[in-house]
Ligand binder design. Structure first.
Ligand code: ADP
Length: 394
C-alpha cells in the first residue's frame, strides 16, 4: 500500500511516497522557499530528477504542484489521488495529549492548533499541510506522528524545570523534547543489533538541530532539548545550553529587545555565531587550514556532547551503546572522534580506522575490547513515520 509522508514546515514542504510494508521509496520531492518568486521545486523518481525554480506563493500551491507530479502521465507514479492509502504527517508538537501516533479528526486538529502556542514556527504549517492533504487526497487516511510522543515516558524529575510548581501544572512549562521520530528509529535499530533483552543507549542526533536522548529498554528517560528546541548541544545556529542571566544582561545592560535576543540565540549563535558558517563541512575545511575560531568551535561542540554522554551514563547507571546519527553524526568522523576521546573510564573505545569508513548502513566503530558499542546508524524519519502509520492502520 502507498503511504505518503509529508513534512510541512514554515517555508518548505518535503514528501516521500513509500510502498509499505516493502519500505520501498517510490518517489520523493520538496518545495523550498514557499512565499518567494524563486521557490525551488524538486521531484525525484528512479532516474528522473526534476529541479525547477518557480514562484510558489502558498503551501496549498506548493502541495498541489507536488500532487500533480504524482499523477503526471509520464513522470507520475499513481493514476489518481485515491491510490494513496494514507498520509503520514510529521507534527512537531503534540504536548502531553499525544503519546502515540494518531488518526486525525477534528478534535486532533484542534489539539494541534492548541499547541501552536508552544511551537509557533512548526505546528501552524504542520496543520496547514494536514488540511491541504485532506482536500488533495480525500480518500486517504490522515495520520499524525508527533516528534514529542517519544518523550512522554520520561520521568517527571527529567521533565520538570525548577521553577514554581504552578508553571508545570497550570502553564504546561516542561521538557517536551524534539527529534523523537529519529531517536526512536535509530534506537530500535540499535536494540535489534545489540540483541539483548535490556539495554541502555544514548542516541546522538547531530544535524542542523542537535539533540541527545537517554533510552532504557526502548523508552526515553532523558533528553537534551526542552520546552522548545533550543537547549543542550551546540547546533548550527542555536546556542544550546546558556545561563539565562545572559538574556537579562543582553536586555538590561546591552539594550537588546526580546525579539533580538530570540533571533540572536536561535538564528545567529551556535556554530554560525562561533565561525560565520553553520555548515560543518565548511567549518572542518577552514579548521584544517588553521582557522582558530573553527578549531575551537569544533572542540566546544564535541566537548558539549561528551558532557551529555557522561551525564546520561550516570543517569542510566551504565551504557551499552552510543548511536551517532543525522548529517553530522553519520558523516563527521572528526566530531565522533573528539566526542569519544578519553572516555575509556566509561568503557567507550573508538576504533579510529573503522571510524573513518563511510557507508550508508548501520556500522559498528568501536574497538573489539570496547565495553560500549559505538554505532553509526543512518536516520530515516520518513520511513519511521510510514512504519508507524502502517502499524496504526493494520
Ligand atoms: P537537518 O537537521 O537540516 O535535517 P542534516 O541532518 O542534513 O540537517 O545535517 C546537516 C549537517 O550535516 C550540516 O552541518 C552539514 O554540514 C553536516 N554534514 C553533512 N555531510 C557532512 C560531511 N560529509 N561531513 C561533515 N558534516 C556533514
Amino acid at each position: 500500500m502507498k503511504i505518503l509522508v509529508l513534512n510541512s514546515g514554515s517555508s518548505s514542504i518535503k514528501f516521500k511516497l513509500l510502498e509499505m510494508p516493502l519500505e520501498k521509496i517510490i518517489c520523493s520531492g520538496m518545495v523550498e522557499r514557499i512565499g518567494y518568486e524563486d521557490a525551488i521545486l524538486r521531484f525525484k523518481k528512479d532516474d528522473i530528477n526534476v529541479q525547477e525554480t518557480v514562484p510558489i506563493k502558498t503551501h496549498r500551491e506548493g502541495l498541489s504542484i507536488l500532487a500533480n507530479y504524482l499523477t503526471h502521465p509520464q513522470k507520475g507514479v499513481i493514476k489518481n489521488s485515491n491510490d494513496i492509502y494514507a498520509v503520514g504527517h510529521r507534527v512537531v508538537h503534540g504536548g502531553d495529549s499525544f503519546a502515540e501516533t494518531t488518526l486525525i479528526n477534528g478534535a486532533v486538529k484542534n489539539e494541534i492548533n492548541y499547541y501552536s502556542a508552544l511551537a509557533p514556527l512548526h505546528n501552524p504549517p504542520n496543520l496547514e499541510g494536514i488540511e491541504i492533504a485532506e482536500k488533495l487526497f480525500p480518500t486517504a487516511k490522515q495520520v499524525a506522528v508527533f516528534d514529542t510522543a517519544f518523550y512522554q515516558t520520561m520521568p517527571i524529575k527529567a521533565r520538570k524545570y525548577a521553577i514554581p510548581n504552578t508553571f508545570y501544572t497550570e502553564d504546561n512549562i516542561k521538557v517536551y523534547g524534539f527529534h523523537g521520530t529519529s531517536h526512536k528509529y535509530v534506537s530500535e535499530k540499535a536494540i535489534k543489533y545489540l540483541g539483548k533483552e535490556t539495554s541502555k543507549i544514548i542516541s546522538i542526533h547531530l544535524g542542523n538541530g542537535c539533540s541527545m536522548t537517554a533510552i532504557v529498554n526502548g523508552t526515553s528517560v532523558d533528553h537534551s532539548l526542552g520546552f522548545a528546541p533550543s537547549n543542550g548541544l551546540i547546533m548550527g545556529s542555536r546556542s544550546g545550553d546558556i545561563d539565562h542571566s545572559v538574556i537579562f544582561y543582553l536586555a538590561e545592560s546591552l539594550g537588546y529587545s526580546l525579539n533580538e535576543i530570540k533571533q540572536l540565540l536561535n538564528k545567529k549563535s551556535g556554530m554560525l555565531g562561533l565561525t560565520g558558517s553553520s555548515d560543518l563541512r565548511d567549518i572542518q575545511a577552514k579548521a584544517e587550514e588553521g582557522d582558530k575560531n573553527c578549531q575551537l568551535a569544533i572542540d566546544m561542540n564535541a566537548y558539549r556532547i561528551k558532557k551529555y554522554i557522561g551525564g546520561y551514563a550516570a543517569a542510566m547507571n551504565g551504557l551499552d551503546a552510543l548511536i551517532f546519527t543525522a548529517g553530522i553524526g553519520e558523516n563527521s568522523s572528526l566530531i565522533r572522534r573528539l566526542a569519544c576521546l578519553d572516555m575509556d573510564y566509561l568503557g567507550i573505545q573508538l576504533d579510529l580506522v573503522k571510524n573513518e569508513k563511510q557507508t550508508n548502513e548501520l556500522r559498528e566503530i568501536n574497538t573489539d575490547s570496547s565495553q560500549v558499542k559505538i554505532l553509526v546508524i543512518p536516520t530515516n524519519e520518513e520511513l519511521e513515520i510510514a512504519k508507524q502509520v502502517l502499524e496504526l492502520l493494520s
